[in-house]
Design a protein around this ligand. Structure first.
Ligand code: HAM
Length: 421
């Protein structure tokens, strides 16, 4: 009986060699640009104590309340696959006392995140983020600089997005605003969707972010948080806008932008792209002063963002970065078993000299091997046949003009070894 093929779990997928060049292009570019701005890479575990996200991101958020992959490991600990990486990075910052050096700590990461969301175009259950976190400053200039770096990355990839900005206030001004929201929502509860009815009680700010159509007329009439900021938050927001304008960065202010994670204070932002469809958020970020303390760490301010790599890839042309893909410098063609042994030795010697070298273990006629070499875009083919074997010589064929010549092993290595022609 034939077994049924086992395939990927819904919401996950394989990234095949054909598309990986786009991923490499983005990752390489991000590493280059982020390093230039002083961000260093950090790699945190893919799973963490569930409590890290419950406390850090917030138990009432959709991400923690509904979407986490949580399980008990063999020692009975509650573990969650990370749904985001800001809380883990701040945990690492505190755990390794990175604040001790004083000044700014700038970290970036690239890796998979996990959320059990409804499947949709641009939405995966295992998805990838490139993120950056600047810890140790509450200055609005670090926000502008981080956003500038992010926009530089996008524009270097030819991607355009719209920067949407808001301030969600702080522990001093937000509670009063939430009371006001609740009061407004109290006599409208019957018109709200089921989620918003619950949110009105548990997390009223999130009502502003509701996408359900029937809630929109209510949401549009709610008071704007930007009209209820304390003097310090209003001043911070104004200064951020000044720094952005100085850098020539355009933005739109969206007072309903509140984001789905509880740790934000003051600045919250997104970059959206009209080319993405319904899931149009390419980047989300903001300020999270106080997150470190919530996790039991030192007092620390922070600002950062995460970009959806899967979504960014969708915006690049299919062949972006393709040149960097596999293209052998030399293809070794052979005829017969004995020549095959020689072929292995030639490939080994060339690879040791830094040459990308291809050998087809299926063999086949010379014609079919040359066709394959052509398909792969090889620069040269080394041909080993009976005649060559007998004479201890090799034939080199230059693919661009089909010119062939006869060489010894030493000449072959000299001519084709890295640095040769
Ligand atoms: P987030 O808005 O939840 O923020 O996610 C950031 C980005 O990750 C989104 O804009 C989107 O591009 C991508 N993303 C999220 N969920 C999915 C999914 N299911 N499939 C594909 N892409 C997805 C955060 O995660 C915060 N940690 C950002 C941050 C960093 N804030 C401060 N520092």
């Amino acid at each position: 009986m034939e077994e049924k093929l086992i395939t990927t779990v819904p919401g996950t997928r394989d990234l095949l060699p054909d598309e990986i060049s786009r991923w490499h292009l983005i990752e390489d570019r991000a590493r280059q640009i982020f390093t230039r701005y002083g961000f260093l890479e950090i790699r945190t575990p893919i799973f963490e104590a569930t409590e890290l996200f419950a406390r850090g991101v917030g138990e009432d958020t959709d991400i923690v309340g509904k979407e986490m992959y949580t399980f008990h490991d063999l020692s009975g600990r509650s573990i969650s696959l990370r749904p985001e990486n800001t809380a883990p990075v701040v945990r690492a910052y505190a755990q390794h006392a990175m604040h001790r050096g004083g000044g700014l700590t700038k970290l970036y990461y690239i890796g998979p995140m996990f959320r059990h969301e409804k499947k949709q175009k641009g939405r995966w259950r295992q998805f990838y983020q490139i993120g950056a976190e600047a810890l140790g400053s509450d200055h609005p200039a670090i926000e502008a600089e981080t956003i500038e770096m992010l926009l530089e990355l996008l524009s270097s990839l030819g991607v355009r997005g719209e920067l949407l900005l808001n301030s969600v206030g702080c522990g001093r001004c937000r509670p009063d605003y939430i009371l006001l929201l609740r009061r407004e929502l109290q006599h409208r509860t019957n018109d709200l969707c089921e989620d918003c009815r619950r949110r009105a009680e548990t997390n009223a700010l999130r009502v502003l972010d509701c996408k359900v159509r029937s809630c929109q007329p209510i949401v549009m009439q709610l008071p704007r948080i930007t009209d209820h900021l304390c003097a310090e938050c209003a001043d911070h927001f104004r200064r951020l806008q000044g720094f952005l304008s100085d850098a020539g960065i355009g933005y739109g202010i969206v007072p309903r932008l509140v984001r789905g994670l509880d740790y934000y204070v003051r600045t919250a932002f997104e970059i959206v792209s009209g080319d993405l469809g319904a899931q149009n958020a390419l980047v989300g970020g903001g300020r999270y002063d106080g997150l470190s303390e919530v996790l039991g760490g030192p007092r620390a301010q922070g600002f950062g963002f995460a970009m959806g790599l899967d979504r960014l890839v969708m915006l690049l042309p299919e062949d972006a970065g393709r040149d960097a893909g596999y293209r052998p410098g030399v293809f070794v063609a052979y005829l017969g078993e004995e020549a095959f042994g020689k072929g292995i030795a030639v490939a080994r010697a060339l690879r040791r000299r830094g040459v990308t070298c291809h050998l087809e273990f299926a063999g086949g006629s010379l014609k079919s091997q040359l066709r394959q070499a052509n398909k792969l875009g090889a620069g040269h083919v080394v041909i080993i046949g009976d005649q060559e074997l007998r004479r201890g010589r090799y034939l080199i064929r230059r693919m661009e003009d089909s010119v062939q010549w006869d060489v010894s092993m030493a000449e072959l290595l000299e001519q084709l070894g890295a640095g040769g022609s």
